[in-house]
Design a protein around this ligand. Structure first.
Ligand code: FES
Ligand code: FES
Length: 157
């Protein structure tokens, strides 16, 4: 199968790849070392592969890599680090909201994409926005309380 040449700005860095026409974005970004993006269901049902495409949440397991050509992709690697965590990361840790952690990169990016445009969403807005990110461990209460803590402090900016 002939390869396609794609250019994607990942976490602010211009990257170029040769991809097969049926390569999913998830396969390509993980292959290139952005392994914080997790493969859960691989079928658009869990949200663990969430990344931001031009600032909007997408499931990387559903998107062909060539569809990101010429666009900006942000992965969890673009959000904070151990020494300087993003407010959402800090709140999730403080509230004890992380168990196995598999869902957490997607949860963080989904919440961030909302708070970037709406720093103080209502409870309903938050629930609707986070509807596509499943967690099999926590029962959601601690995740919710962490996100509400960030919102109560004025948002994540
Ligand atoms: S791995 Fe993509 S939605 Fe589950
Ligand atoms: S912490 Fe395990 S899936 Fe959410």
């Amino acid at each position: 199968m002939s390869k396609l040449h794609v250019c994607i700005k990942i976490n602010g860095e211009d990257r170029e790849f040769q991809v097969a026409p049926d390569d999913k974005l998830l396969e390509v970004i993980r292959r290139e070392g952005y392994s914080g993006t997790k493969r859960g269901c691989n079928a658009g049902a869990c949200g663990s592969c969430t990344v931001l495409l031009d600032g909007k949440i997408v499931y990387a397991c559903l998107l062909f890599a060539f569809q990101a050509h010429g666009r900006r992709v942000d992965t969890i690697e673009s959000v904070g680090d151990f020494d300087n965590p993003h407010p959402i990361q800090k709140a999730l840790v403080e509230e004890g909201a992380v168990q196995c952690g598999f869902c957490i990169p997607g949860i963080i990016l989904a919440a961030k994409s909302l708070m970037d445009v709406n720093p103080t969403p209502t409870d309903d807005e938050l629930k609707i926005h986070m509807d596509g990110n499943l967690c099999r461990c926590t029962g959601y209460e601690k995740i919710e309380s962490a996100l509400r803590k960030v919102i109560a402090a004025g948002g994540a900016k």
